[in-house]
Write a protein that binds this ligand. Structure first.
Ligand code: ADP
Ligand code: MG
Length: 355
């Protein structure tokens, strides 16, 4: 397998902000050094680890564990590829309407977790929407390089596909560890939750091993453990969705054993007749909702933050505030299509700096 490990690489400015705020202990002549590594072969994104350890060898040992887990979750939650000898989400989709598929516990846990969030977000994040999301994915892939001829999926096609998005038709048998999609037109798309859920599982594994000074940035799912090497807080940046602006970031926020996850409309989209259509689909309209250009969530659990950042895209500011109030310690910042910044009640407490 093609493997690129880019040592000491700060490949995104978010990461630079994570690492750059103050002198670390190594720079002060004390014993912890800062190390970082990035992987580009998991979850179709860049996964970066920054950590403070006494030696490269200690950092490498932690990263070895992280990479093993990234590889495991990436394969299990992949909806586009199959792997020899492994039943994953792709296999479940392939066997829809035919057979129950025996899977690892981690897949059943993800589906259960997603079900709970489906209920708590009033159905606005639904992993059973694969049939509808697949159509949008195909149109986006087909036309993003050909905006002249770009078309929207026909409404009738989306409505037909939407007949097969019923969460209750995902049949889980925990005892036998199987998953069965009742109808052959059904399919799971775990894109809104899997990366965050895996990030949280990996963070929990590191915490159980005693990690105290780490920050993970898995494709924008930022999860921090403890502090930086000198005891100061980790931080993350909110990207400016307005790509015409000279300001790449809007603000910096501090994180204490927390996660910060953003869903944005500015990276995965295509344009039809001059209008942008992004990758988060509102289950009510079966269309992207253009009220916001980004929503970022602060929480303790990265799976929760990932699901909520997607859910809030499909809700008004007021509805979104109502949803997050059901969860302890969750805050949000919304950037509207008109570049207005809206906050949840206590979000301003975590802002370090506005740009
Ligand atoms: P990203 O993966 O870019 O960080 P998100 O976490 O918001 O962004 O997830 C977006 C992905 O989730 C889409 O690419 C699609 O696969 C899936 N998705 C889009 N809309 C929904 C929805 N309403 N419910 C569940 N999944 C969705
Ligand atoms: Mg998400």
């Amino acid at each position: 397998m093609k493997k690129f490990v880019l040592r000491a690489l700060s490949c995104s400015l978010i990461l630079c902000l994570l690492c750059s705020c103050s002198l670390n202990q190594a720079e002060q002549g004390t014993k912890l050094n800062k190390y970082s590594t990035s992987y580009i072969e998991y979850f179709d994104t860049v996964c970066t680890v920054v950590g403070f350890e006494e030696s490269q060898a200690e950092f490498d040992a932690v990263c070895e564990k992280i990479e093993t887990l990234l590889n495991k979750y990436n394969r299990l939650y992949d909806i586009y590829h199959s792997y020899d000898g492994l039943n994953n989400v792709f296999t479940i989709n392939k066997m829809a309407g035919q057979n129950a598929v025996k899977v690892e516990k981690e897949i059943i846990d993800l589906i259960d977790y997603s079900k709970d969030l489906y209920e708590k977000t009033d159905g606005t994040v639904n992993i059973a929407m694969g049939s509808v999301l697949k159509i949008w994915h195909n149109y986006r892939t087909m036309y993003s390089a050909d905006p002249q001829n770009a078309k929207l999926p026909p409404k009738g096609m989306l409505e037909e596909a939407n007949k097969y998005t019923d969460f209750s038709k995902i049949i889980i048998d925990r005892e036998n560890s199987t998953v069965f999609l009742e109808n052959s037109n059904m399919s799971l798309d775990v894109g809104a939750v899997a990366k965050g859920y895996a990030t949280e599982q990996i963070a929990q594994a590191l915490i159980a091993d005693g990690a105290t000074n780490y920050a993970l940035n898995f494709g924008g799912n930022i999860r921090t453990i403890g502090t930086k090497g000198d005891g100061s807080d980790w931080s993350a940046a909110v990207t400016n969705p307005d790509k015409e602006s000279e300001k790449p970031y809007l603000m910096n926020v501090k994180l204490k054993d927390q996660t910060f996850v953003t869903s944005g409309s500015y990276e995965r989209f295509y344009t039809v007749d001059g209008v942008r259509y992004h990758h988060i689909i509102d289950p009510e309209t079966l269309m992207p909702n253009n009220t916001f250009s980004s929503v970022s969530i602060l929480a303790c659990d990265s799976g929760l933050a990932d699901a909520l950042s997607t859910a809030l895209f499909n809700l008004s500011y007021e509805e979104g505030k109502e949803i997050i109030s059901k969860f302890e310690g969750v805050e949000a910042v919304w950037i509207t299509a008109e570049n207005e910044i809206l906050y949840s009640d206590n979000f301003k407490d975590i802002i370090i700096k506005m740009y």
